[in-house]
Write a protein that binds this ligand. Structure first.
Ligand code: ATP
Ligand code: MG
Length: 233
């Protein structure tokens, strides 16, 4: 069965594209066939992909496609999704009409937050859309909030401390235990040098890899999947 994961937060810049690139890299490393769909008109993901190809750092096991409409996505899913183990859908950082159809196609929606009030609100809006689409379609798409770009300074803010009680107790969706820290390597990989998993292992890369492995283990647990063969935690 193809697993479909989407990154959605209508309040932009939260780390959607970066999170999906890292998750894709991990699944590909395990031998999974991964498709990524760029639904953002700014084409960040597609640009990364063409840069990687031009620089000869094309990630093995990952294909990137561009579809900007619900119809285009729907057609692609019908015709091609079966050929992949994972389909990762990247969405624009603004409220758009594609949110509901993407949720309707997804098994899991991840809402990254930095955390700022805007982005936490965006994540909550997204969860509400997931509930609504589930109700209408009778499906059970999961939702989780992922804290990204975390620094020591951020950890001292009041909002950071409130994220867990807000997300888990008040709103009632899942908060990933794994936090994605602010790391230079996550910026660097946007420059067409392949995935995180393709970088030469330095101490900094090893930390980012461990973080990503922990995130993917949580994703798998949420989806109720057994780790694929060859996976080493
Ligand atoms: N954990 C991180 N550490 C350092 N830099 C990061 C991290 N996550 C994202 N960035 C940087 O922040 C910028 C925005 O991240 P990204 O493109 O993943 O966000 P996005 O949610 O996809 O944004 P948009 O809504 O504009 O598509 C990128 O340039 C990326 O390099
Ligand atoms: Mg993006």
């Amino acid at each position: 069965m193809t697993v479909v994961i989407a990154a959605i937060n209508g309040k932009g810049g939260a780390g959607k594209t970066t999170a999906l690139m890292n998750i894709a890299g991990e699944y590909a490393l395990r031998g999974g066939r991964v498709a990524m769909i760029d639904m953002d008109a700014r084409n960040n993901l597609m640009k990364w992909w063409t840069d990687c190809q031009e620089k000869d750092f094309q990630p093995e096991g990952i294909d990137v496609y561009s579809h900007k409409t619900a119809r285009g996505l729907g057609r692609w899913m019908e015709e091609h999704a079966d050929a992949f183990d994972y389909v990762l859908i990247d969405t624009p950082g603004e409220d758009t009409s594609i949110v509901d159809p993407v949720i309707a196609a997804a098994d899991l929606v991840i809402s990254p937050v930095q955390p700022s009030k805007r982005e936490v609100t965006g994540a909550i809006d997204c969860f509400e859309s997931v509930l609504r689409v589930n109700e209408a379609s009778g499906r059970n798409c999961k939702h989780g909030v992922l804290r990204t770009r975390i620094t020591v300074t951020v950890r001292h803010t009041e909002l950071y401390r409130k994220v867990r009680p807000i997300i888990e107790d008040k709103v009632g969706t899942y908060l990933f235990r794994t936090e994605v820290l602010e790391r230079n390597v996550y910026k660097d990989i946007h420059n067409g040098i392949g995935t995180l998993q393709m970088q030469e292992v330095t101490e900094a890369i090893a930390k980012a890899r461990r973080e990503t492995l922990a995130l993917v283990a949580e994703v798998d647990a949420l989806l109720g999947d057994e780790p694929a063969a060859g996976y080493v935690a």
